[in-house]
Design a protein around this ligand. Sequence first.
Ligand code: HEM
Length: 181
Amino acid sequence: MKGMVFVELLNMAEAAIGEDAVDEILDRAELASDGAYSAVGNYSCSELIKLVEAIGLHVKASPEDLQTQFGHWMFRRFVEGYPGFFTDKADAFDMLEAIENEVHVEVRKLYPEVELPHFSTERFGGDRLQMVYRSERPLTHFCLGLIQACITHFGEPAEVDMVPLEGESQHAAEFTIRKAA
Ligand code: HEM
């Protein structure tokens, strides 16, 4: 994964528990990279999972909840860093439908070595969107946070349900997003 993802995870943790506590976590975690990440470097996703667990232990959050929180944080960073992706979308459904065939396609052009998930989407009427996530990486809860933050960003209330899809060779989950009546 891109170093920028690790840098942002540590930024989020520092904002919550301070730099010293984060340094302590990094010292104890015995990471291959020693916790020194360059935004443009590439690091193994298992190291991210290890960090999420270690930070979660410190703040008494489950790894799943921490992944979700991180999804919210990362979405806000994407909005700041790449505003162009967001301005031409009418609503959250438009945005979510554009991830697979537009946003992540452009991201791959910018950084050919990125590791991205696959999405398929289907709309049911005007108020329900189904999105299936598949990835080599166990980041379904990170994805949940990104989707929730996307809904918040566009300001139209909606609920997100996540159902893990078992028995697949990849990590997979089905998200159903329903606009509030
Ligand atoms: C709600 C919108 C989005 C969703 C649901 C989404 C989903 C995801 C997920 C789940 C991952 C983790 C990798 C995996 O699970 O295999 C990921 C990675 C990533 N996404 Fe998106 N994404 C969204 C928007 C964006 C936007 C707007 C950008 C703009 C730049 C972006 C750029 C990236 C990058 C750079 C990575 C890291 C890849 C790597 O480190 O190798 N995503 N995305």
